[in-house]
Design a protein around this ligand. Structure first.
Ligand SMILES: C[S@@+](CC[C@H](N)C(=O)[O-])C[C@H]1O[C@@H](n2cnc3c(N)ncnc32)[C@H](O)[C@@H]1O
Length: 201
């Protein structure tokens, strides 16, 4: 694996040394230019930088019963009200014409375009556009799944639009909000767990 590039902006506390810190998503070098208008309001991909929000912190989990003990999690530094954008999920935006890497736990699907859709510029192929925060991203990549931690998720991923008109994945609080000091937890979905050894409900 090549060494990561220097950070352009200092990362928040507890950021893992091996992961490149981003304040805006990047396009993979192989991302086809024809697909940019599908994820942007123009023919250019120009997301605006988003700095680390003050209402969350990255924390090393040291609770023995926590299924991600020894890893990081995302925690509310202050109460996060219901229906709040917690943080965008940044990473490398890539397009694939085959199934994404099933071993990569940081790769979220942003958009799927079937071969029959008129806006699909390529004939005969389904397109999957994803955002991969495995090697580079922001604190959004630290969010854990609620299973084995709490009774229900208090946040969810939604597709949204950044200030630059860019389509992006975002993390939003659910109807109870997130109490100060509590971990932000989503559901990765049954499909995610079905592909893993531990399974899920
Ligand atoms: C997107 S990352 C979440 C951040 C991760 N904890 C870290 O420190 O980078 C997904 C990984 O977190 C762990 N994880 C998250 N939620 C979990 C849960 N409820 N039970 C077990 N492992 C979990 C798994 O190792 C999974 O591959």
């Amino acid at each position: 694996m090549p060494p990561r590039q220097p950070h352009n902006t200092p990362p928040p506390p507890n950021w893992p040394e091996s992961v490149q810190y981003l304040t805006k998503s990047r396009l993979s070098p192989s991302f086809p230019a024809q697909l940019i208008p599908l994820i942007s309001s123009s023919t250019k991909f120009t997301p605006k930088p988003s700095t680390h929000p003050g209402h969350v912190v990255i924390k090393r989990i040291t609770t023995p019963g926590h299924p991600a003990n020894g890893q990081n999690g995302l925690f509310a530094k202050a109460k996060i009200p219901a229906g709040t954008l917690i943080i965008p999920y940044l990473g490398v935006i890539h397009a694939s014409f085959v199934l994404a890497d099933p071993e990569n736990d940081y790769d979220l699907s942003l958009l799927r375009i079937s071969a029959s859709e008129p806006r699909n510029p390529f004939s005969g192929v389904h397109i999957s556009i994803g955002v991969d925060a495995d090697q580079s991203g922001n604190a959004g990549r630290m969010v854990n799944d609620y299973r084995g931690v709490g009774t229900a998720p208090n946040a969810e991923f939604r597709v949204g639009t950044g200030e630059g008109g860019d389509m992006r994945m975002e993390l939003w609080s659910l109807k109870e909000g997130v109490k100060k000091g509590h971990e932000v937890l989503v559901s990765y979905g049954k499909g995610w767990w079905a592909g893993r050894r531990d399974g899920g409900d």
